[in-house]
Design a protein around this ligand. Structure first.
Ligand SMILES: NC(=O)c1ccc[n+]([C@@H]2O[C@H](COP(=O)([O-])OP(=O)(O)OC[C@H]3O[C@@H](n4cnc5c(N)ncnc54)[C@H](O)[C@@H]3O)[C@@H](O)[C@H]2O)c1
Ligand SMILES: [Zn+2]
Length: 352
């Protein structure tokens, strides 16, 4: 097991390793001594696989556990589910000293984190991520949210969890396409700032993911510690995401997030090479890496459509936009542009 201590506005540990889920009760007891009431929040897919193990571990440690299970999928990251979750918290009488346990992927984590941060003005939330994406990205760093009809993640707060437990054995039941989506985010960490991670990724890591996940978490830790509220260097995590979000939108979400980010990283790498920001060989390195993990590298949309879709983003402000572009192998930089330049950059990136 590897432990990464995060020192943000609140300090907490992220544990990464195998056979950790059965130890959930002991881990939590170190932070919040029992007896207490816990609400175990999960989706129906994850509930069928892991809720019993998690609940048993917590009950053995002396906690009272109530389960809240909702239908799996992004559609559940809604104000409707949030309302039901808040009502459940009140119905079972959770108090300020009780806690929420978020067992599942990013949908469970974002929704539970938001509910916990707002119920009684904030109770503790412990994250138990079960997807690769959630382990390396959403469970760490304190961004919580639900989606609105107008767009994804439009309503949320920054609230750090009290701890994160990544049991890598849970990844064995992930459908291959969901694992591949997480791989796009893992690869992203390599190109943002970790050349050694890129070397590790030369060999597929699915059988021994602990080291790779811990490196990703450590990089997220470093960015979150320096810029918790996302006004500066934390934006490096958006590598591949300006193009990626546009691809997701234009495909009406039929191209998944990870695949869209892979295409977005390819656009960024080709644009950076065309702008002579990085060496000519870097796009080929990115392309080979993405192909190794069965991710797409060609963009099916025109530069004009991509730019139009990217600029529809509700969270954008003003006439400028900050892109993330690779400068060298294992190093990316923030690259502010006028929004009018975006179409040209996508064209340089190889869009149609
Ligand atoms: N808070 C952040 O900083 C942050 C960062 C990135 C993404 N996100 C959010 O994360 C969400 C995406 O997360 P995700 O990709 O984990 O999606 P998800 O939570 O929907 O999980 C994907 C699918 O995998 C299933 N699943 C989960 N664990 C499993 C397991 N171990 N075995 C088998 N099936 C399993 C789920 O039931 C679901 O059907 C999005 O809503 C996104 O906005 C948040
Ligand atoms: Zn992402």
């Amino acid at each position: 097991m590897q432990t990464i201590p995060v020192k943000a506005s609140k300090s907490y540990n992220v544990h990464v390793g195998s056979k950790l889920l059965p130890t959930l009760g002991e881990r939590l007891a170190d932070l919040l001594p029992p007896p207490r009431h816990l609400l175990l929040v999960t989706d129906d897919t994850v509930a069928a696989l892991y809720a019993d193990t998690a609940a048993d571990a917590l009950e053995k440690a002396g906690y009272t556990v109530t389960r809240f299970v909702f239908a799996s999928g992004e559609a559940s990251k809604s104000t409707a589910t949030l309302l039901r979750l808040w009502d459940k918290m009140a119905e079972v009488g959770l108090s300020r000293t009780d806690a929420v346990i978020a067992l599942g992927g990013g949908v469970v984590g974002d929704l539970s984190g938001f509910a916990a941060a707002t119920y009684l003005r904030g109770i503790a939330c412990y994250m138990v991520p079960t997807t690769l994406l959630a382990m390396v990205d959403s469970a760490v760093g304190g961004k919580t949210a639900v989606d609105l009809t107008a767009g994804k993640n439009l309503c949320g707060v920054f609230a750090q969890p009290i701890g994160v437990l990544c049991d890598t054995d849970t990844l064995k039941t992930l459908p291959p396409e969901i694992f591949a989506d997480g791989c796009a985010e893992v690869i992203k960490y390599g190109y943002i700032g970790d050349k050694e991670l890129l070397c590790l990724l030369e060999t597929p890591f699915d059988r021994a993911p602990e080291r790779v996940i811990a490196r990703c978490v450590d990089q997220k830790r470093s960015l979150v510690e320096r810029d918790e509220q996302d006004g500066g260097c934390r934006q490096l995590l958006n590598l591949g995401h300006t193009g990626g979000h546009a691809v997701e939108l234009l495909s009406s979400y039929s191209i998944s997030h990870g695949r869209a980010v892979a295409i977005g990283m390819m656009l960024a790498a080709r644009a950076a090479a065309a702008l002579r920001l990085c060496e000519k060989g870097l796009p080929m390195h990115v392309e080979n890496m993405l192909k190794r993990y069965h991710l797409p590298t060609e963009c099916p949309y025109t530069a004009r459509d991509l730019a139009e879709a990217a600029l529809r983003d509700k969270k954008r402000r003003g006439d400028t936009l900050t892109l993330v572009l690779p400068r060298a192998l294992g190093e990316s930089v923030l690259y502010p542009i006028e929004i009018t330049a975006l179409e040209r950059i996508f064209a340089l990136g190889g869009a149609l």
